[in-house]
Design a protein around this ligand. Sequence first.
Ligand code: SAM
Ligand code: SF4
Length: 322
Amino acid sequence: MLKDKYSRTFTKLRVSLTDSCNYRCFFCMPQAPSFFKNGEMLKFEELVRILRIFKGEGIDEVKLTGGEPLLYPRLIELVREISGMFKVTITTNGSMLYRLWESLAEAGVKGFNLSLHTLKDNRYRLLGPGNPLEIVKSMDEIVSAGLSVKVNTTVIRGFNEDELLDFVEFSSAHRVPVRFLEYMPFDGRNKWDRDRFVSMEEMLRVLRTKYDLKPMRRDAHSTAVYYSAEGTGAVIGFVPSISAPFCSDCNRIRLTSDGKLYPCMYSKFFVDLKTPVRQGIDDGQIAELIRSAVFNKFEGVAKLIKEGTIPDHVMPMYKLGG
Ligand code: SAM
Ligand code: SF4
């Protein structure tokens, strides 16, 4: 089992398959993003080998992310290859689900985190070319097929903070939990500022003007806290990564598409796995690199935030994977 020096154990791995994306969400991508070249990214076989080693170290859940993971050319093959080892879920902007979700489900994907930041067409067009109606249609089909779907909405003042109540209705109508993500300083443009940040507390205040929100039990290690909106069937979650991060029971680590293991998204510390793999080290040595990277994981930002220090920009989300 992977452990760090604060006695946290790690069973979940987020894998960024690519930093490319067909969207340009302003809170994630810089204006002129630079993407990894082919040779810089892990090859399919290298990735599968590394994932097998993670399995041997106790990782049992893999979330595929990006960039946009549905752009990864061998995605279905990858899911088929690893779904026997891990519970596999995917975080996606949803724009290609209409043609891929059934094959992905057949290959063994258990659920999707679907990013939907606005229900308004004119705003949606600022992010990317997807058709929100089509995306919601795919979402309904996936839910009907019995797979898990959670909607992720990054809340940003001046963009979508006036849609919070609409998303409760959306959750109620479509029977999917909607999770409001606090805006983090990982936009690649250094444009994040406190003025655009909307805290969980503020969101709760707005939602309570219309809904009776009852807290639900928080599962250990969950990044979100959930509330039910009484009498509506809606379930609303918050991911308070800035105002109240759950560093003390964090159980997740991250692998980027260029083969770097980031034990914490707030820290600049990483361990390169790709170079040693290409130099021919054996599985035991790779496992040792992974164990020592995790052991040295940064304690987290919870304490700093309590003391009033807001974490700085580290790496844009499109590289890190969210
Ligand atoms: N392209 C996929 C998607 O959009 O779902 C997967 C990658 S994206 C980086 C993963 C998640 O990170 C998305 O839900 C996105 O909203 C979130 N995200 C991106 N930039 C963010 C930021 N600055 N603060 C908070 N969440 C952010
Ligand atoms: Fe692409 Fe997702 Fe980033 Fe938007 S949030 S630019 S969809 S990677």
